[in-house]
Ligand binder design. Structure first.
Ligand SMILES: CC(C)(COP(=O)(O)OP(=O)(O)OC[C@H]1O[C@@H](n2cnc3c(N)ncnc32)[C@H](O)[C@@H]1OP(=O)(O)O)[C@@H](O)C(=O)NCCC(=O)NCCS
Length: 225
């Protein structure tokens, strides 16, 4: 496993209080650290964990962090795509506050030694990242996703559960390869583009375009947040 992965400080903050937080807590605790707080922007959202406090939004974070030893606190952003750009903004803001970006891989994930994984990325259960693939900052390689040889994923990309990226695929910033889809070799997926669940992508997808179906065809453009 690459040396910066699963190197956790004693406490970890999770930004985002829904299902992704539950998945990440299991990994954090497996490697001997604890989740000390959850932050979520949704007013009144209950904590996903009865034993961990939740604070609301950036103001809530600022209130909580006053009492913390920032050098001993890491963070994970538990917000999936299409909000990869939100993950990236929070990453920069939390690093600026003196917290450490944590990079995690589930104990059942496989990452080849000659692959690269960017800061703050999450490689989840059963996922594979193979030869010479480069994963950018704050990417999510979700449950059982397969990212084969020599792929290049820019920052904020998510490969959703069961997605398959064959070799030499490139994905732009905040690209979202949805559940169970397949991207054929040498295909380029643009920034903020979406590949719908179950699609098979046989042609390049421009920036911001959503494609669905087999073979994948465009259904429109959307606004990245
Ligand atoms: C691609 C996706 C994001 C599009 O969402 P959207 O922009 O809100 O699209 P809509 O739901 O408005 O659907 C637009 C049209 O495309 C069709 N469509 C949407 N997703 C489709 C898919 N994956 N495959 C085939 N057709 C699809 C809809 O049936 C609809 O068709 P219609 O206009 O004939 O009624 C979404 O459908 C999808 O595939 N989500 C999967 C999310 C995922 O993998 N999550 C994992 C989280 S860990």
């Amino acid at each position: 496993m690459l040396s910066h992965i699963n190197r956790l400080p004693p406490k970890v903050l999770i930004y985002g209080g829904t299902g992704q937080a539950k998945i990440l807590r299991v990994i954090v605790e497996h490697y001997g650290s604890i989740v000390s707080a959850v932050i979520d922007d949704t007013p009144g959202l209950p904590s996903p964990f009865p034993d961990v406090p939740i604070y609301e939004g950036w103001d809530g974070f600022k209130h909580w962090v006053k009492t913390q030893n920032r050098k001993k606190t890491g963070f994970l952003v538990a917000i999936g795509n299409p909000h990869g750009r939100v993950r990236l903004r929070l990453h920069e803001a939390l690093v600026a506050e003196g917290l450490q970006a944590v990079t995690v891989a589930h104990p059942t994930a496989w990452i080849d030694k000659n692959a690269e994984v960017g800061e703050g990325s999450q490689i989840l259960a059963g996922a594979k990242v193979l030869a010479e693939t480069v994963i950018g900052k704050q990417c999510i390689i979700n449950t059982n996703a397969s990212v084969d040889h020599e792929n290049i994923l820019q920052a904020g990309v998510e490969a959703a559960p069961g997605a398959t990226l064959c070799g030499l695929v490139e994905v732009g910033v905040n690209g979202w390869i949805c559940a169970g889809s397949t991207v054929l070799p040498r295909i380029s997926i643009g920034a903020d583009a979406v590949v719908g669940a179950g699609a098979v992508v046989t042609e390049d997808v421009p920036d911001g375009v959503t494609v669905v179906g087999v073979p994948a065809r465009p259904i429109g453009k959307h606004q990245a947040d």
